[in-house]
Design a protein around this ligand. Sequence first.
Ligand SMILES: [Zn+2]
Length: 681
Amino acid sequence: MTRLFACLAFAPLVAVSSWAQSPAASALPYSPSLDPASMDRTVDPCVDFYTYSCGGWQKKNPIPPDQTSWSVYGKLYQDNLVFLRGILEDAAAAKEPRNQVTREIGDFYGACMNESLVNQRGLAAIQPQLDAIAGLRSVHDLAPLLATLTLPGGRTLLFSAGSAQDPDDSEQQIANLGQGGLGLPDRDYYTKDDPKSKEIRERYLQHAQNVFQLIGDSPATAKQQAQTVMRIETAMAKASLTRVERRDPYKITHKMKVSELDKLAPNFNWAAYFSASAVPPFEILNVSSPEFFKQLNTQLAGVSLADWKSYLRFHVANTNAPYLSSAFVNENFDFYRKYLHGAKELQPRWKRCVEWVDDELGEALGQAYVRKTFPPELKDATLKMTREIEDAMALRIQQLDWMSPATKQQALNKLHSIRNKVGYPDKWRDYSSVKILPDDFYGNSERATEFESHREFNKVGKPTDRTEWGMTPPTVNAYYDPQMNDINFPAGVLQPPLYDAKEDDAPNYGDTGSTIGHELTHGFDDEGRQYDAKGNLKDWWTTQDAEQFVKHANCVSDQYAQYVVIDDIHINSKLTEGEDIADLGGTILAYIAWKDADKGMTLADRDGLTPDQRFFVGFAQWACENDRPEDLRARAITDPHSPAKYRVNGVVVNVPEFGPAFGCKPGSPMVKPADKVCKVW
Ligand SMILES: [Zn+2]
């Protein structure tokens, strides 16, 4: 959760969707936040509440061929893409004079959609980078070269680098280095010994060989170089922290002087790297995984210049592949999205182009999006709900039976310091310095990446800007940032069916209320609780209260460890612990807030459901989803969230009001004995 430069060396896997030829939309379609037709009332809610709430949806919504999974969130994201496509097509076709934002997003989209020009340009788009690698004269010169090789989407070679809040003083930005440099989605892919992991590595070798052949190498040379890439990456993977380790803020906090970094990895010319990256001068930085950089240092001494060139050529071509000609795009799709995640078809180009505009110019596109989808009334209503959920949290903290008054005071202090960010940023990012041409897709993307990289590095040594957002307005997602101590809800996640002004309170609190409560609870999960009200990594717990927290949190992780994802793979519940705690806390807070908001009102049954039942079905229906086995397998390694079914069933078994709402008998699968119920917040 520390804000780093992301280093995802694989194709983005945002859940988007079907309707390849669907026309651009001028408004978002409507679907209700509680849809009785999405339920399967033949299923006993006391036995499997998820299928009771979502069984109808699952039957009616097969996974579109271009998707890796399909869900209520994914479908809304798809609706957003169709809608944004309309905005972008208009912007691309508009006659001059256009305003600055319209010109930026219109030309970026138009250039991206010119597929024949992209194909015509082919490999030439990355030839300057390949030439620079070919010209590398010694391993010592690697550092300044790395600084000039720009990969799309802020991805970096060998390691990640950027700025982050100082863990001891969240008001200040410092430089930050992290592990990276792998072509598979996680270090575990290189270290696990089961047959499936071995098969994936064989397929990855083949993929790497294909990429080398695409950039002009003979099959024999390509095969040899693929093995070189695998050898270098395996050594780096073994020295990388696991995802579970990275959830411990103390394991990723190692502040040091630049001189200490020079001692840690003397074979890399750090001064040259930071200077070529135009990072403002600094003395202290955070190195999130020192062991990784020690290993990198060993590799720098032991790997030949020729092998480094192979490694760099592969990563430049592989990471850029989605932005290049069809042969590259297809090879990338075949390995990452099709083989690893099970998609059957490549997404149509317009979808990829809309996503790229959102990635690269998100706060330009976002302006047009919120103007059409996020009126002030919606902002007021969702902000009001956020405050109510915070009041519920305050009440809950005061009533906790396992926490001392001293720690409660600290927790309340932290709660009251949380900043609520709803809809969109107060000030928009200005992209006017990025040169965007109507006929240069790769160049546009490269310049947008350089802009972002420079913006990120340029923060070093400066005060933190607390108004910044880590997600764009159309994003169908939300987040809590422990160092900012803020909760963020983009306009995209506050649309029907997630937030539905046409429906009664019950399903809205069940759905959006639970999401708000989820993000709020992240401030107090096993990771977030280690940061104080200012967002500093500082222990505010008494020893006894901390022990109590761990005991209660273990109840949750022990419960989720029992659940099977697919075949014999169980949930890695130490990876999902924070999300599972947030899911439980969020629903409890939403229930309390709803009861308070509707206090004194006589609530009627609707659709054959009591108000309490509507709350719980509304909650469950955010998570309706169909999954592919390949995607479940991949997400079991990389996704900190539990599979959708358990994000519902795993929660309701711990909510005491659930059983009575559905008249469940004691001993039903969805009702735990009172002494087994997990309660954290
Ligand atoms: Zn979460």
